[in-house]
Structures are given as structure tokens and as C-alpha cells.
Design a protein around this ligand. Structure first.
Ligand code: ADP
Length: 465
């Protein structure tokens, strides 16, 4: 259907275009040719008439044999009139309408020295152009010579030319229709392919690809469709992986909750102490679930672009100090040392104070969780273009090959010990998104067993500082 529509539309447009060019062009050429032939015939006849009149004047008359020869050589018919307008001689095989005398008007014009031009038709319907010229003698007007040339030869030539032009026009038209057909098929075939690819994609087949051979707009549309298919496939794969991860993360705490609550419900414990131990596990697992759900909610808001930022010029060191105050009990609880090296008077950065605290608390929480002994160092300083915040710990560290993955959702380095450390596996991906949404960057430097440093940079845009 689509192909038909395009072929038809394009075809009709081109046919209309060709007609609008060919028809006026043909008419103009016809007009030019007709005029050209008519004029050249008239000029020729005039030239001959004058020439023969001069000859008669020079020789004082014309011999019949000479007259016939000239008529044959020039393909004209000749007739000579005397002073009174009576025909004297006519060339051999005279074809035009036989005139025995000149009409009154023609005789007057000729005797006054003017030439005469007229058209006439003979008995068999042949058309002639006639031209008469006065012949002068010693005593003035002596008579006239009249030449006839057949118009039908010119008409026939013009007919032939018209026929040729018509043939050329039909040929051009047929070639144009053929080319249009090929072109429109070339145009519609890839479009049809793309249409069917889009339909397959709508049915969930993202492996489909369109052949994008050309470098024009159609080729780039095909490439865009292929990219779209690739993106959709990636999106579907990560979404399925995401759901698989979520159900895995939810299943473990729910199993714990179910198991321990059943133990308590059925009174399957020996002492109050044992019962409290189970209740503490239930509490811990419920807290873990709450944390996971909160992180998931946060992440989905970010991915849908629904998270709002209260952006303003702010002192990043204030956000860090607040975060340290919040996390201090945890640091102390694990008997870790805390060292803070915060440069005074740091330039302001453009960001949301609460979101900055969320970032620092997440990173401090990780540093505490993955460090058993030693210290946590917080450094803040400026480089040429940024304010830099670094959180360093002396904990388990991250092997180099794992470092590119830790910002992915649910990625954990030590999968087997993840319950022991706690956390949702979403912390760093949330941190990275929050940093980037405020024009910052985050990187990690670490070695397995030798602690880790997370560096965050926010650009200094404040021209005053
Ligand atoms: P989690 O909730 O598991 O901590 P994150 O997204 O915050 O999830 O971190 C991803 C993984 O990166 C962690 O599981 C851990 O293996 C590793 N990681 C993050 N921070 C540290 C750190 N300070 N020291 C060592 N490993 C870390």
C-alpha cells in the first residue's frame, strides 16, 4: 500500500511536471519553426522575384526556354504580365491557379512600383505563396513578373518537425516514467523495510536490524532505527536483570522474617534470652528491608527524573561537617579513628546541601562498614577548577578489576559476605547519580586489602572566589 502510494504520488507529480514543461516547450518550438520557415520562404521568393525582374529589365525580356530553366532550378512557377496586366508567358508545367490577367488592385500597386504578396489555392487544393514585382522599361512600367512557391512543401516540413518533436516528447515522457518508477521503488523499499522492522520491534523483537546502505536521510533513519532497537534491547535486558536482583534481595530478609517469626509464634525457643536474640534478628532484617525499599524508591525517582534539587551557592565543607556529626556515633561505635583535614574558606559550589549530605553519609557509611580497624580520613581542598572532597579508609579495599563495576546497581565485590556487611548494593549507584546530576564527578582509588579513597569534585563556578 505504502509503496503504491509513494510511487503513485511521485509518478503523478513528475508526469505533471513533465507535461507542464514539455507542452509549452513544444508549442514554443512549433511557433519558432513555423515562423522561421514561413519567413525564409517569403524572403527567398522575394529575392528571386526581384532578381528575375532585374534580369528581364537588363535583357529587355525573357526567353521561354530560360524562363522554364529558372523556374525548375528555383522550384517555383513563373508568369509574366504585360503593361496592361495580361498574362504573356507562364513557365512550363504551371501548377498554381492560372491567372490570365492581374486583378485591378494588384495592377495599380505594381504600376506604382510596389511589390505584391498574396496566397492562392489551385483547383486541386494546393496552396501557393505568390509574389509579383514590377518590371521597368525605358518608358517606365512595362509589366510584371509573378512567382509562385508551394506552401504545402513548408507545411509538410513543419508537419515532419512536429511529428519528430512529438516522438521525442513521448520518448522523454516514457524515460521519465521509467526513472520515476525506479526511483520511487528505491525510496519506498527501505521505508517498507523500516515499517516492518518497527512493527517487529513493537512486538518485542529487538534483534531486528534494517539494512542502512545509503549515506542519505533514509540511511540515517535506518541507522537511527537500528540504534533504537539496540537501546530497547539493552533496556529490556537491564530491566529483567534489575527485577531478578530485586527479588533476590527481597527474598533473603523475607525468609529470615518468616522463619524467625514462626519460631517465636510456635514457642520454639528455650529461654527469654534466645527469644530476644530472634526478635533482634527480625528487627535487623526489617530495617534492612526498609533501607532497601528506600534506596529503590530513591533510584526509581532519579531514573524517572522526578527527583528535585534545591540548587544554590553553598559551602560544601558545611555539608561534610554535618555528615560527620551524623556519622560520628557509628565511627566511635566501631572504635575507628577519624581525621578531618578541611581547608578553610573553600569556594562555594552550586548544589543542593541536603543531597550533598546524602552523598557524604553514604560514602562515610561504606567506609565505616568496610573498615574493621584503623582510621577514616576526610580531606577537603580546592584544585584549579574544583572543590575536592576525599573520604579515605584503611579497610578491605577494592581490587582494581572490580573498581569499574562498583557504581552499578546491586554490584557487590564480596557477594558471599554481603549480609555480614549489610547495605542494599544500591548506595554507590545512587551516589554517582546524585553527584553527576549536580555537575560533579566521582572516582575511586584503591587496592585490595589497602583501603579505599573516594574523590568527589564539584566545579567552582563562583567567579568571586
Ligand atoms: P553496598 O550497599 O553493598 O555497600 P554500594 O553500592 O554502596 O553497596 O557499594 C558497592 C560495593 O562496593 C560494595 O558491595 C563493596 O563491595 C564495595 N565498596 C563500596 N565502598 C567500599 C569501601 N569503602 N571499601 C571497600 N569496598 C567498598
Amino acid at each position: 500500500m505504502l509503496r503504491n502510494r509513494i510511487v503513485r504520488k511521485l509518478g503523478l507529480t513528475i508526469i505533471a511536471l513533465i507535461f507542464s514543461i514539455l507542452v509549452p516547450l513544444g508549442l514554443a518550438l512549433d511557433y519558432i519553426f513555423s515562423n522561421f520557415y514561413k519567413h525564409s520562404m517569403e524572403n527567398n521568393l522575394e529575392y528571386l522575384t526581384v532578381h528575375y525582374a532585374e534580369m528581364i529589365e537588363a535583357h529587355g525580356g525573357m526567353m521561354t526556354g530560360m524562363m522554364d530553366m529558372m523556374a525548375e532550378m528555383s522550384s517555383v512557377d513563373l508568369i509574366i504580365f504585360d503593361k496592361n496586366g495580361q498574362s504573356v508567358k507562364a513557365s512550363d508545367n504551371f501548377d498554381p491557379p492560372k491567372l490570365s490577367s492581374l486583378t485591378g488592385q494588384h495592377r495599380i500597386s505594381l504600376s506604382e512600383g510596389s511589390s505584391v504578396r498574396f496566397e492562392a489555392t489551385n483547383q486541386s487544393g494546393k496552396r501557393f505563396l505568390g509574389m509579383a514585382y514590377p518590371v521597368a522599361g525605358i518608358n517606365g512600367y512595362k509589366g510584371a513578373i509573378m512567382l509562385f512557391s508551394s506552401i504545402d512543401t513548408v507545411t509538410q516540413t513543419l508537419k515532419n518537425i512536429r511529428y519528430l518533436m512529438l516522438l521525442a516528447g513521448i520518448g522523454a515522457f516514457l524515460v521519465a516514467v521509467g526513472i520515476t518508477n525506479i526511483l520511487s521503488r528505491r525510496l519506498s523499499n527501505p521505508l517498507l523495510q523500516m515499517e516492518s522492522a518497527a512493527q517487529r520491534m513493537a512486538q518485542g523483537d529487538f534483534d531486528i536490524r534494517v539494512k542502512a546502505l545509503t549515506q542519505d536521510e533514509i540511511g540515517s533513519l535506518a541507522r537511527a532505527i537500528n540504534e533504537l532497537a539496540g537501546e530497547l534491547k539493552r533496556y529490556r535486558d537491564t530491566r529483567s536483570e534489575f527485577f531478578a536482583n530485586i527479588s533476590h534481595e527481597l527474598r533473603t530478609p523475607i525468609t529470615y522474617l518468616e522463619g524467625y517469626s514462626k519460631v517465636i509464634k510456635d514457642g520454639m525457643y528455650d529461654s527469654e534470652e534466645e527469644k530476644n536474640k530472634y526478635l533482634a534478628i527480625i528487627h535487623e532484617e526489617a530495617a534492612r528491608l526498609k533501607h532497601l525499599v528506600q534506596d529503590l524508591f530513591e533510584l526509581s525517582k532519579m531514573e524517572e527524573g522526578k527527583i528535585s534539587f534545591n540548587m544554590e551557592w553553598m559551602d560544601l565543607s558545611e555539608a561534610m561537617k554535618n555528615s560527620l556529626r551524623t556519622m560520628e556515633p557509628k565511627i566511635k561505635g566501631k572504635a575507628l579513628e577519624l581525621q578531618a583535614e578541611i581547608e578553610p574558606n573553600l569556594p562555594y559550589v552550586f548544589g543542593d546541601g541536603m543531597r550533598m549530605e546524602q552523598i557524604f553519609i553514604n560514602l562515610l557509611d561504606n567506609a565505616i562498614r568496610y573498615t574493621e580497624k584503623g582510621k577514616i580520613t576526610v580531606a577537603m581542598f580546592r584544585d584549579q577548577y574544583n572543590v575536592v572532597a576525599e573520604i579515605t579508609d584503611t579497610g578491605s579495599g577494592i581490587p582494581e578489576e572490580e573498581q569499574p563495576n562498583i557504581f552499578e546497581r546491586f554490584y557487590r565485590v564480596e557477594k558471599s559476605r554481603s549480609r555480614e556487611y549489610g547495605g542494599s548494593g544500591l548506595g554507590l549507584s545512587i551516589v554517582k547519580k546524585l553527584v553527576e546530576m549536580q555537575d560533579g564527578t566521582i572516582e575511586v582509588r584503591s587496592r585490595a586489602g589497602a583501603g579505599a579513597t573516594f574523590s568527589i569534585r564539584f566545579p567552582i563556578n563562583d567567579p568571586e572566589r
